[in-house]
Design a protein around this ligand. Structure first.
Ligand code: ZN
Length: 316
């Protein structure tokens, strides 16, 4: 079960959009609200149609308190680029005045470390396999250099809290080794979103949620049946898990893994074209049916956003 999406908390939504869509060149595939807090946005970035494994999403909380990175949290999000794109990205980051570390070698891959405008830790991971993942055909960056999706997530764990067993026994990950203080696990099958790394930092301070931290990571269920089966397995492990919640673009269940990170299992379907044509993804504020009647009030509360691909005035 590879990664479906990773969701983090941002500050200002425009700054988030300018960074992820503008500088990193991801496609805004859905502009909607936080279904649990419709007075704030939920921004989804991904590939051409927002395939599971390509998705990075944000709850922007303008003026929100910064979180603290520590154990019981996802510390770093890896984004996958092609092995031949390292030079392009070094030049791009330099030209935008974005500080980075590296490249450094880990698990036979070159890694550039950087932070987003809210201090969220990111890595651009250059892999041999990335070139086989199709890029967004209409993106602002040269296709061969585009980010292909999520490479993985690094969980900061306080010693051996039991995350390892859960990943292997319930989520079908298998260990592939240790490098640079990271234990790495891989999900069967190649493609985006297939790695989870554990950094065991016994006694390190505990993380707390807030701006610049990851809220949760979601793993893929191919369909509702697989989700039901996983729900039963997780419950049988004695972990509390929510009932299925309709997230419009996928169906979700949530639980806290033994180390404290919020995990979700999300179905591959129905996907982002359920309420918007593929060519128009991310160009309009979309609301789930339960909030459509309150659209005017919601639009009044949300801060205005300048979208990266807004049509020219007068265009239909
Ligand atoms: Zn989620």
């Amino acid at each position: 079960m590879g990664i479906h999406h990773i969701t983090a908390i941002a500050g200002d939504p425009q700054r988030n959009l300018d960074f992820y869509a503008g500088i990193l060149g991801l496609r805004l595939v859905k502009l909607t609200v936080n279904f649990d807090d419709p007075g704030s946005y939920h921004l989804y970035y991904g590939d051409e149609i927002g395939r599971p494994g390509s998705l990075l999403t944000f709850f922007p909380w303008p003026g929100g308190m910064p979180g603290r990175q520590g154990t019981g949290q996802i510390g770093t999000i890896g984004l996958e680029i092609s092995a031949t794109s390292l030079g392009f990205w070094i030049e791009r980051l330099l030209s935008h005045g974005i500080k980075f570390e590296g490249p450094s070698r880990r698990f036979d891959e070159q890694v550039l470390g950087l932070s987003d405008p809210d201090g969220l830790l990111l890595e651009l991971v250059a892999t041999q396999g990335a070139a086989a993942i199709p890029p967004w055909s209409e993106g602002v960056l040269p296709q061969e250099h585009m980010i292909r999706g999520v490479h993985g997530a690094t969980i900061w764990e306080d010693g051996d809290a039991g995350t390892d067993e859960l990943l292997q026994q319930t989520l079908s990950f298998y260990p592939i080794g240790e490098d640079g203080g990271l234990l790495r696990f891989q999900s069967p099958g190649a493609g985006a979103g297939s790695t989870i790394s554990l950094r065991r930092a016994a006694g390190f301070w505990r993380g707390s949620g807030g701006v610049g931290t990851v809220h949760h990571v979601a793993f893929r269920a191919v369909d509702d049946q697989e989700q039901v089966a996983k729900h039963a397995e997780i419950e049988a492990r004695g972990l509390g898990i929510t009932p299925v919640i309709d997230r419009q673009y996928f169906h979700s269940v949530y639980f806290r893994e033994p180390g404290g990170v919020l995990f979700e299992i999300a179905t591959d379907g129905p996907g982002f074209t359920i309420d918007e044509a593929a060519a128009e993804l991310g160009t309009h504020l979309k609301l789930p049916p339960m909030y459509e009647a309150s659209r005017l009030e919601i639009e009044r509360v949300l801060p205005p956003l300048r979208l990266p691909h807004a049509p020219a005035p007068g265009a239909t």
